[in-house]
Ligand binder design. Sequence first.
Ligand code: ARG
Length: 582
Amino acid sequence: MKTPSNLEESGNRCETALAVWLVEAFSKAFGSEADGITLRVQAAADDRFGDFQCNDAMPLARSLKKSPRAIAEAVLAALPAPSYVEKAEIAGPGFINITVKAEWLAAELAAMAAKPLCGIPQSGAGETIILDYSSPNIAKPMHIGHIRSTVIGNALDRMYRALGYKVIADNHLGDWGTQFGVIIMGYRNFLDQAALAADPISELERVYVASYERAREDEAWMDQCRAELVKLQQGDPENRALWESFVELSLGEFERVYRRLGVNFDLHRGESFYNEMLADTVALLEREGLAEESEGALVVRLEDEGLPVCIVRKSDGGYNYATTDIATVRSRVAEFAPGRVIYVTDERQQLHFRQFFTVCAKLGITTQLKHVWFGLMRLPEGTFSTRQGNVIKLEALLDEAVQRARAIIDESDSSMSEVEKSELAAQIGIGAVKYADLSHDPQNMIVFTWDKALALDGNSGPYLQYAHARICSLLDKYSEMVPECEPRSLTMLVEGALERALVLQLLRFPTTVQRAAEACKPSIMADYLFTLCQAYSSFYQQSPVLKADPAVRDSRIALCAYVADILRQGLELLGMAAPPRI
Ligand code: ARG
């Protein structure tokens, strides 16, 4: 019998200590007969029966030819429980339920909180992850459809960094492709200079749409668009300069949104960066015997994998999206030797990723490639779409969120200055939009409503931020009552079921970060924080803090300080602010 690997690094302090004891007890009772099983201690499924449980007597019953209860009894009889165990009992078919002593929980919490990053395990040390997210297209506005990639990608980015990974956040901009011939024609023929100065991306999109529509009806126009594209691809200085100005204008606007969202990239390598590598990539596919001609195009057959063919060179000689992505993987692997490359896009691209991942595997690329896809976001009146008309721009959504948050702040009579109010409105409004997204499993579709996103009493960003601010104000009041006392140095008693539940939830923080990151689901972190706030609020409703007797008061204040610390860190991992005053 063994403990799960790397227990010391797992951040799972209590479970680790208990597992070490039980592994020894199993070995003492059954010697090598218990080998081959990795013992696990986990949070109790029902806190009425204890704090932790171990279910590993069950899988041994068959090989040991004993009932699970008898096995559990023998284990508990084999070795006395460590001094911090209050009781260990057998329940049901053979669960071992464990209740630990309050002082031990208090000491474990203090020890966890004293570690850097509150004990988040450094399981990523030495591994590089490339995170390809946001990746909007040049000369098109960033629509609300892009918000999920940016917000989910950024939360993953923050969690992986906290786990010690070297993260390279790469904004793989859609800055190359056949649409640029169409845009150049639109720009030359339909541009409104004043509109371009006022709102560059919208104007670029307008001329693109106008030119695209013309091309659909007018064959000669289409031919001219193609000719402009060829000129651009061949390095014609005038078209090249136009393209560069499209990229610059678009990036300027994207940057404005990223600044508001608190998102930073390490690289902005658009598709154009890989343009020179496409021919070489296709040549390699041919050399390896992976690509073949089909109706004038060059394709990689993926029948054996149950996938449609992947076109790597079109019949007109142009390369496409998949070719660029294959070349991009090769370039990233050669330059950064990442352990993983993670892509965050909407669900409609699943087939594309499966296809080019398969081609990469055929090329012998062993780097783990992972597509994190998400469902679309809907407003009650319909889908946000990046392609059709009737789009809601991301910036407009953020503006509205901030305005609505401001209205709520103005309603509560507050002594804040104008500057403080507007900063707070941005923190709450943008936090609300992010949380409305992150609190859902990425693969679920979201129906976004303002009422839910901004609710002060439901599973919302403002609810979590407000809980944090209320604890901060409690801590301020405490420091007025008892000046110069550090709450985290006070002795915690951990009395009663509500305090115990709260401490146990706090102790789960480090492993929750790991689980959320490895599953690529920030929603696991969001759920954790919501459960923490609920546990805090049950505790706080039942337990006076400042009015309690000094020893109890001090104990509760210490607990409150830890809740605030973990909430702040958790919100930060989701890319949300934790303002101390609301
Ligand atoms: N630009 C693409 C789009 O907006 C997303 C790119 C995702 N990343 C990638 N390497 N394919 O749909």
